[in-house]
Design a protein around this ligand. Structure first.
Ligand SMILES: *Cc1c(COP(=O)(O)O)cnc(C)c1O
Length: 406
């Protein structure tokens, strides 16, 4: 279905195109009916059947049949993402969590064992720590994957999957993807990487040996805070299985409108990532210099314990360490909330990778505190640095410190 795409990531003379050119052109093309140079949004639920439909496989996702079986806006986005991640194929689903659930439920059978990072997105933790073990008899081990020795120690004869999130949400711990891939492969297991905090502009896990790359498209790839989506970039044999199970039969398909919005948003991914990277580094350094700030966790800082690993993993010379950092203040619970209430530019809301900066206070009662490094135990902020002028963000932070009398 993607044969009508105008490009396959190579220029007229066969040299590979750059990241920005591909972000713009892949998945776009001339609409055959109108000549429009933007792909339309195809919202129909169903497609015309052939003269004799009786031999159609109703679970197939290779033909235009019914929107849950796959649709053009999904396929245009998939073609772009597979190329940007450097994988054979990609499947785009309704949300990042749908992509995580699709990966786990497709790759793990009853009696299999999975190892996963001690810091992950909350839904990955719920699925692997509770739902899959309780409902489907899957064994799991939660380990600090930032030390590969812990992965090695947790491997069992039935280990089928190692799932890592790097940098991890919200501790910003970094895992060595190459080392994790080698340990997984030596044990006959696959490695899946949640690459949401990096986006393929900063890190390409497949180049470092990962078998499955998961992105919440909701975040940097869409970039505008107005659509949910998720992607799994991997081998065609696996995307075929995921389409059959999770997309068609569990129903995790993305809507055509969201796929179209995310495709549009992704056009500016490289420009936005450069700004997120530069601004987050400047703000992390500024916070680190303030006496009210107890700690700053950002992989771009030399003080970060995994800075060298993070730097080694960058996909290109102009890549950076992402737009998310965590920090804690030398104050109590109320002091943290007072600080947020005095911010004018930065918004108190969850999510990240939006155009606007977002902050969330994670208090000392968070149920996963026991898994976080000690400095996080007294409460902390996760700050997702947006695309505003860096100076405005720094002045907003300084002004809030003064107003909150911290
Ligand atoms: C937000 C997020 C997800 C979940 O994505 P949704 O699109 O909200 O379902 C998964 N992993 C990470 C690291 C995230 O930040």
């Amino acid at each position: 279905m993607t044969s009508d795409l105008v490009h396959h990531g190579e220029s007229f003379d066969g040299t590979p195109l750059g990241f920005a050119t591909k972000s713009i052109h892949l998945g776009n093309g001339v609409d055959a009916e109108t000549g429009a140079i933007r792909r339309p949004i195809t919202l129909a639920n169903a497609y015309a059947l052939p003269y004799d439909p009786s031999d159609i496989n109703w679970s197939s996702s290779d033909v235009n049949l019914y929107t849950r079986n796959g649709h053009p806006n999904q396929r245009y986005l998939e073609a772009k993402l597979a190329n940007l991640e450097g994988t054979e194929d990609a499947v785009v689903l309704a949300s990042g969590v749908a992509a995580l659930a699709a990966t786990f439920t497709t790759l793990l059978d009853r009696g299999d064992h999975a190892i996963f990072s001690d810091t992950t997105y909350i839904a990955a933790y719920r699925l692997l720590n509770q739902i899959l073990p309780e409902k489907y008899g899957i064994e799991t081990s939660i380990v600090d994957t930032s030390d590969p020795q812990n992965i090695a120690a947790a491997i069992r004869p039935n280990t089928k999957l190692v799932h890592i999130e790097t940098p991890a949400n919200p501790t910003l711990k970094v895992t060595d993807i190459e080392a994790a891939a080698k340990l997984a492969h030596d044990a006959g297991a696959l490695l899946s990487v949640d690459n949401t905090f990096n986006s393929p502009f900063n890190v390409r896990p497949a180049d470092l040996g990962a078998d499955v790359v998961i992105e919440s498209l909701t975040k940097y790839i869409n970039g505008h805070g107005d659509a949910l989506g998720g992607a799994i970039a991997t081998r065609k044999a696996l995307t075929d299985r995921i389409r059959f199970t999770y997309q068609v039969n569990y129903g995790g398909i993305i809507s055509p409108f969201n796929a179209w919005l995310i495709n549009r948003g992704s056009v500016t991914l490289p420009l936005r990532m450069r700004q997120h990277n530069a601004s987050a580094l400047a703000i992390a350094k500024h916070l680190e210099s303030l006496p009210q700030v107890r700690f700053v966790a950002y992989p771009g800082l030399e003080s970060h314990p995994h800075h060298d690993v993070a730097a080694r993993q960058l996909a290109r010379p102009d890549a950076g360490f992402g737009g998310v950092l965590s920090f804690g203040l030398d104050t109590d619970h109320d002091g943290h909330n007072r600080f947020v209430s005095k911010l004018n530019v930065i918004t108190s809301a969850v999510s990240l990778g939006h155009d606007e900066s977002l902050i969330v206070f994670l208090g000392e009662d968070d149920e996963r505190q026991y898994l976080y490094p000690e400095e996080f135990h007294r409460g902390f902020f996760r700050l997702a640095v947006g695309l505003e002028d860096t100076d405005d963000l720094i002045r907003d932070i300084d002004h809030a410190f003064a107003e909150a009398k911290l």
